[in-house]
Write a protein that binds this ligand. Sequence first.
Ligand code: AMP
Ligand code: MG
Length: 464
Amino acid sequence: MPTPLPAPYFVAASSRAAALVGLDVETLKGDDFVNAFTGNTPLPGSEPVSAVYSGHQFGVWAGQLGDGRAILLGDADGPEGRMELQLKGAGKTPYSRMGDGRAVLRSSIREFLCSEAMAALGIPTTRALVITGSNQRVMRENIETASVVTRMAPSFVRFGSFEHWHYRDRPDELRLLADYVIDTFYAELRGAANPYKELLAEVTRRTARMIAGWQSVGFMHGVMNTDNMSILGLTLDYGPFGFMEAFDVNYICNHTDQGGRYSYANQVAIGHWNCYALGNALLPLIGTVEDAQGALDAYMPAFEEKLDELLHAKVGLATTQEGDRALIDGLFTIMQAGHVDFTLLFRRLGDLQVDAQELDAPLRDLFLDRAAFDEWALRYRERLRGESSIDAERRARMNRVNPKYILRNYLAQQAIEQAQNGDYAGVATLLAILEQPFDEQPGNEVYAALPPDWAAHLEVSCSS
Ligand code: AMP
Ligand code: MG
C-alpha cells in the first residue's frame, strides 16, 4: 500500500494524458483526486501492487533493483485503449532496498514535462497524468520536498523484469511473464512458430525505432540500464535526460556517466546491447542461440530505415536519392565542428529559399565557419532543385517535424525553482508550450531561444 504524505497539494496535470483515461485537469485538482494520486486514499476497487525487476546498470549485472518506489493502482480504459496508472514516489515497497520510496518535486517535474513533451513530438513514451506535492522533507544531496507523479502506460514491464526471473533460474515465472506480454500486447505473435523469438524481434525493432526518434530530436535518455527499457518500446524512466543544444555527438547528459556509455552517439549501440540482454533472458523460451541472434539482427536495419525516413523529413527531402545520406552527414559534420544548436538549426533550415542565398543570414550565422556552411548549402540547393522543391511547401513540411520548442534543461530548471518556491504556474506554462512543439506560438519565442550563459554549468545526475 502507498504510504500517505502529510497535507498533499496539486502541482500540475496534463490535460492530454487525462483525456486518455477520461479525466480532465479540473477534476484532478479536486481533493479526492489529489489524495488518490498521492496514495493517501485508495481508489475504489484498487489493489495496489509493485513489480519486482533486476537489471544491468552501466553494462554490469546489478541483480535486483526495483521497483522500489512505483506502485501500480490498476488500469483504466480510454479512447486509445487500456492504461495502467502508477504512482512514483508513494513510499516504500517490498523492493525498496535502501531507498525511501520517495521522489522529489524536482525530478517529478522533469519526468512530467519530458513525458508529455516526448508524446507531443510523436516519440513513443510513457505518459504523466498529474503531480502532487507535500512539504514532507526528503533527503537527497540537499533537503528537498516529496512529490508523487502518476504515470500511465499500457504496461510498465521492463527488459529487467525478464532478466529477474531468468537470473533467479525461475523458468516458470519467466514463461508466465512472456505469455502475459504476448497475449496482452503482441497477440498477433501468438500463432507464430516461435512466438518468443518473434517477441524478441518485435521488441528489438520497436526499440530501434524509438531510439531513431530520440536521435532525430537530439534526446538523450542518460541512464539506459536494462531496467529502464520498456517491453513495449516506450521511453521510460526520465531521470538525468537531456536534449542536445550545442551539437556534439559525444555529448553526455548524465553527470554520473563519466565513461559516456549513454552519450548521444553511443545510445544507438546501447539500445542494441540492451536487446541482447533481453535475448539472453528469453533464451530458455526461444530455444537456440541462432534464433535469438536472428531476432536481434533486426535492430540495425530497423534503426537505419527509421532514421533515414526521419532525417529525410528533417531536411525536407521529398524523394530518396543516392548521396542523400552523404549530404545529411555533411550537415552533421559542420554542426559538430561549430557546435551548432541542434533545434535552432533544423528549424531555421526550413526557412532556406532555394534561389535566395542572400536571405541565409539567420541560418548561416549559426555557424562560425560560414564558408563551410556555404559549401554545404550549395550542395543542398542543388539537391532541392533536383526534385523541384517548392520553398513554402517544403518549409511547411519541415516545420511539422522540426520542433521549435523543446525541453531545454534551463527551462525545466526555471520551472522547478519557481515550483520549489510554491509557484506552479511555470510548470503549466511550459507544459502548454511543449504540447505544441511545432507551432510558431507568437509571444513565446523566448522559450525557443539559446540557453543563457548560466545554463552552461547545469549538471544533472541520477539523484532523484
Ligand atoms: P533509476 O536509476 O531511477 O532507474 O533507479 C534504479 C532503481 O532504484 C529503480 O528500480 C528504483 O525503483 C530504485 N529506486 C530509485 N530511487 C529510489 C528510492 N528513493 N527509494 C526506493 N527505490 C528507489
Ligand atoms: Mg529506473
